[in-house]
Design a protein around this ligand. Sequence first.
Ligand code: TRP
Length: 76
Amino acid sequence: MSTNSSHDFIVIKAVEDGVNVIGLTRGTDTRFHHSEKLDKGEVMIAQFTEHTSAIKVRGKAIIQTGHGEIESEAKR
Ligand code: TRP
């Protein structure tokens, strides 16, 4: 188990085209600062950083973290 959560990596694999990986800011104000679009099969490896406190995934993807694996679902 890792001890510094701010350096944790997460792995996101898109299961469909057009998955969005959105970075949210750290600090008093929580807002989107970056959005990355992944097509089916594409993988993004991202870290929680000084600037990024949360990551939002929209669309169907497999997400692996130090806490386990989860699959997000597409809105129907
Ligand atoms: N410049 C951002 C940062 O250092 C880059 C980044 C890190 C990011 N993790 C992310 C962008 C997750 C989107 C999602 O925080």
